[in-house]
Design a protein around this ligand. Sequence first.
Ligand SMILES: Cc1cc2nc3c(=O)[nH]c(=O)nc-3n(C[C@H](O)[C@H](O)[C@H](O)COP(=O)(O)O)c2cc1C
Length: 194
Amino acid sequence: MCEKKRIRMEKTISILGFAGSLRKGSYNRALLRAALELVPKGAKLEVFDLEGIPPFNQDLENQPPQKVKEFKTKIRATDAILIATPEANYTLPGVLTNAMNWASRPYRDNAFDGKPVAVMGASIGMLGTARAQYHLRQSFVFLNMIPINRPEVMVPFAQDKIDKEGKVTDQKTREKIGELLESLVAWTKRLKGA
Ligand SMILES: Cc1cc2nc3c(=O)[nH]c(=O)nc-3n(C[C@H](O)[C@H](O)[C@H](O)COP(=O)(O)O)c2cc1C
């Protein structure tokens, strides 16, 4: 097959992104908005808002709330996942853990199973969510998600890199988000054998 035709036939890689913050002015939601602008050719990104997902209750895991059903359906339909995590008390924020708990249940119905995933995170502290990101990577083992290792996008002192309108203004941060997306797309294609 000629190269032109092969490129035309390549399927668009779909990415589902979500942030572990409900805050209107969230720096992590801002990272996802920047990612929407930086998504590489041949890929598309949809952002899912975790607002409205109730606290996990295992009594309901076999008949989850509508918002959780929607979340799981979107996870299953996507080729890859992009997570923007804040850090809370040196670990993952409850909003993110809660949503991921719902999506991974009931046992044997884990929507994340086998999904390629990339992580980024912003905090006002000097470690830029490093601790939270490594805790998240630990969960990927049980969830059977397949993360890219690099680049690690840890955005410290986010208040200096994201303006009042929620735009990522720091050029280096934008470059890193772009690289992360490129790596995630390449990784996803490799896993699909595409
Ligand atoms: C309960 C709580 C715990 C926090 N713990 C940490 C922390 O461990 N490390 C850190 O860098 N920032 C911590 N912060 C500050 C966050 O970096 C900051 O609130 C950030 O804006 C949260 O992300 P968001 O803007 O996406 O909501 C904490 C904030 C809250 C509310």
